[in-house]
Ligand binder design. Structure first.
Ligand SMILES: [Zn+2]
Length: 64
């Protein structure tokens, strides 16, 4: 399975593989910063059957 992210900055829209970005949690859930433009891209964290963290990109900013 390949989960590719796409930078949500409409003037960037660079695709990234999960291995190419640094996923962090700044208190609003997991996110990565686009290495090209620095935009925050928010993610949702899931666990696969083996307990590994997998991420799915969410649109915009998660509601708190
Ligand atoms: Zn970008």
């Amino acid at each position: 399975m390949s989960s590719t992210f796409v930078c949500r900055n409409q003037s960037c829209e660079t695709p990234w593989e999960q291995s190419e970005v640094e996923i962090r949690n700044e208190g609003q859930g997991p996110l990565f910063r686009c290495p090209v433009c620095g935009a925050r891209n928010y993610l949702e964290q899931f666990e696969d059957d083996e307990g590994n963290a997998v991420y799915e990109q969410v649109d915009g900013k998660p509601f708190l």
